[in-house]
Design a protein around this ligand. Structure first.
Ligand SMILES: [Fe+2]
Ligand SMILES: [Fe+2]
Length: 310
């Protein structure tokens, strides 16, 4: 049992219980021949100053209390939503947004999301996973309702420490394998006896979905999809919710908290991650107008008709 109550149910979701075979998780060759080791440079990329400032802000501010405040701010309880929009309208709202936490990308998120979706489609993965490619970063829409004080400033260079970046679990010790571990000591929870131990507020085997992850676009979008009663399978929701959880899916942290079924979800999240990361190097522009009818069909298949609650 988890000690933290109040999380939305992970379910609705039918479907996939079988993880991809290991040989399905092949390394993706980028369009320009960039090596995998050239991505996720957190030491001396051209955007290093901006990226370091982002992670310093994350570590200074992402705490259990902050997470609870954001959970309240972004409640999807009846009549508590902030806007009603179609996916297409939300994309229009996101058009000028640029991620300040990512050393590999300096382009509109719509381009990145379509490239991710197209990479998944070309590799022959299921349509629900293609749709995850399209939707996975849409939680950055929170900038419409955020400000600098809560790390959700809507400008490309404003503080975005509650919108993007690698996430970790708040409420227990921050692993030293995170990017910018030198900022870990700045986290106020690491001075709090309730939160600074290895297990903190959690119990072994409580399940990865019962942990509070640093608040960002992942957590919001997961909650939004569940609140709107998506029929996407559980593996799809895990891809949305945990794609920034690098300490878990890349570094092997938090294994002690994993519960039944989490190993399967981990395989899927890892598979998705390769497309999220290695399609960022595509040179060809995506033709939004030409591609949209295909993706609108997937939206119609896995989301209810009409406008959605955001
Ligand atoms: Fe993301
Ligand atoms: Fe992404």
């Amino acid at each position: 049992m988890t000690k933290n109550a109040g999380h939305p149910a992970a379910e609705p979701c039918t479907g996939v219980t079988v993880a991809p075979a290991a040989d399905e998780i092949t390394s993706i060759k980028t369009a320009t021949g960039k090596n995998a080791s050239e991505f996720r440079n957190y030491t001396d990329s051209a955007l290093q100053m901006r990226v370091a400032a982002h992670y310093r802000g994350m570590r200074l501010n992402q705490t259990v209390d902050f997470h609870k405040r954001m959970e309240e701010k972004y409640s999807f309880a009846p009549e508590k939503h902030r806007a009603v929009m179609s996916i297409q309208e939300a994309f229009q709202a996101l058009e000028k947004y640029v991620d300040s936490s990512d050393p590999d990308i300096d382009q509109p998120n719509l381009t990145h999301m379509l490239q991710t979706a197209e990479g998944i489609r070309k590799a022959g993965h299921p349509d629900w996973m293609q749709l995850v490619g399209l939707l996975h970063d849409m939680g950055k829409i929170q900038f419409l309702w955020g400000d600098a004080a809560n790390g959700q400033k809507g400008t490309a260079h404003g503080p975005q420490w509650a919108l993007g970046g690698d996430t970790w679990v708040v409420g227990c010790a921050i692993p030293s394998s995170v990017v910018f571990p030198e900022f870990n000591a700045l986290n106020p929870d690491m001075q709090d006896a309730r939160y600074k131990s290895a297990d903190g507020i959690y119990e072994a085997g409580c399940g990865i979905e019962n942990l509070r992850w640093a608040w960002g676009h992942d957590e919001y979008m997961y909650r939004m999809l569940v609140a709107n009663k998506t029929t996407l399978p559980k593996a799809a929701l895990a891809m949305v919710r945990f794609h920034s959880a690098y300490p878990w899916h890349e570094k092997g942290e938090y294994a002690r908290f994993m519960g039944p079924g989490d190993e399967v979800l981990l395989h899927w999240v890892r598979l998705f991650n390769r497309f999220d990361l290695y399609t960022k190097d595509e040179e060809s522009a995506v033709d939004v107008e030409a591609l949209w009818p295909y993706y609108q069909k997937l939206i119609d298949k896995y989301l209810p008709p009409g406008r959605l609650r955001w």
